[in-house]
Design a protein around this ligand. Sequence first.
Ligand SMILES: NC(=O)c1ccc[n+]([C@@H]2O[C@H](COP(=O)([O-])OP(=O)(O)OC[C@H]3O[C@@H](n4cnc5c(N)ncnc54)[C@H](O)[C@@H]3O)[C@@H](O)[C@H]2O)c1
Length: 341
Amino acid sequence: MAANHAKNFAAVDGVELVAGVDVDPARLEAFQTAHKIPNGFASLDAAIAWGQFDAVANVTPDSIHHPTTLAALKAGKHVFCEKPLATDAAKAFEMADAAEQAGLINMVNLTYRNVAQLQRARQIVQSGQIGTVKHVEASYLQSWLSSKFWGDWRTGNNWLWRLSKKHGSNGTLGDIGIHILDFASYGSGLDIERIFARLKTFDKAPGNRMGEYELDANDSFVMTVDFSNGALGVIHSSRWASGHINELRLRVYGELGSVEVQHRHDGSRLRVCMGDDLDTALWKDVEVPPVPTNYERFAEAVRSGKNQQPDFRHAAELQKVLDLAMVSDGQHREVAVHQPQ
Ligand SMILES: NC(=O)c1ccc[n+]([C@@H]2O[C@H](COP(=O)([O-])OP(=O)(O)OC[C@H]3O[C@@H](n4cnc5c(N)ncnc54)[C@H](O)[C@@H]3O)[C@@H](O)[C@H]2O)c1
């Protein structure tokens, strides 16, 4: 993912990639070479001691976001952090507090905000064109446990840490659940009020273990949701969705019409059915021009000194929903998001 950051940031006017940091020397060297980055450091502390930079893109594994982001903020650096912001909501709120107290730019890479079709769907819903929203369906489907489109998960540490709680992963829920929760609530313009979640981990290897990795993090989840306006929703996700590489779908149904966003590895689509088309159930494609990416907006935020969304606090609020999904699954009960449990 750091390669993605490097490519995207390098394309933003006025942004210069001045250094790479990785605890793995081979990966650091390959990264610097691929992106022509002049300086390299084996730790963030070493980079901070050098200090010749304004901002950090934190693309470390999930459990490393918290200590490294706090260290960067303490050194007065703006931070663009990968999702999930942390491994639990308490840590995520601590990061949001630290960034706000320091008055530093803090944004989280909820990548699918870059999907122009999602932005337009939100505008359509919020303009009232589909009326009061009654029902929401959202899914995030991947298949890297059943396909080799991205390589064989058995052979790479970059996949194995995602399957192991001890290595800081909250499984599918933590990895891509945060994306689809944001996709569903941002696209529908509605907050999540109550959830009921089920998580599932399937056996994948003898003893459900590969070397040092116990494969105990969830592979799939399903969630029913009550939104702030009373609408009901279903949100689900799996790494076993054979035939889908990386596909997010959102359908928002209102009393005057509906919108559907589909984002796949090979493109995005927005369709609407509303007005006179409701009676014939005719769906029409909507063409949408590109929108500024998170990378561009982070650079703009650093330049202007004005924070943009999605910020750490928003990501921490989503993290709270992820934490509660684990409570809901563990206790087999519905939980309210905005009340003490
Ligand atoms: N926004 C998205 O769409 C998206 C997509 C993929 C991954 N991600 C996120 O990006 C992050 C990284 O994922 P990845 O797939 O690139 O993982 P990865 O395992 O391929 O890469 C992580 C890198 O961090 C390095 N690292 C570990 N500890 C470090 C430390 N203390 N200091 C510096 N470097 C350290 C590792 O050596 C490795 O090179 C994760 O949080 C993941 O959830 C986001």
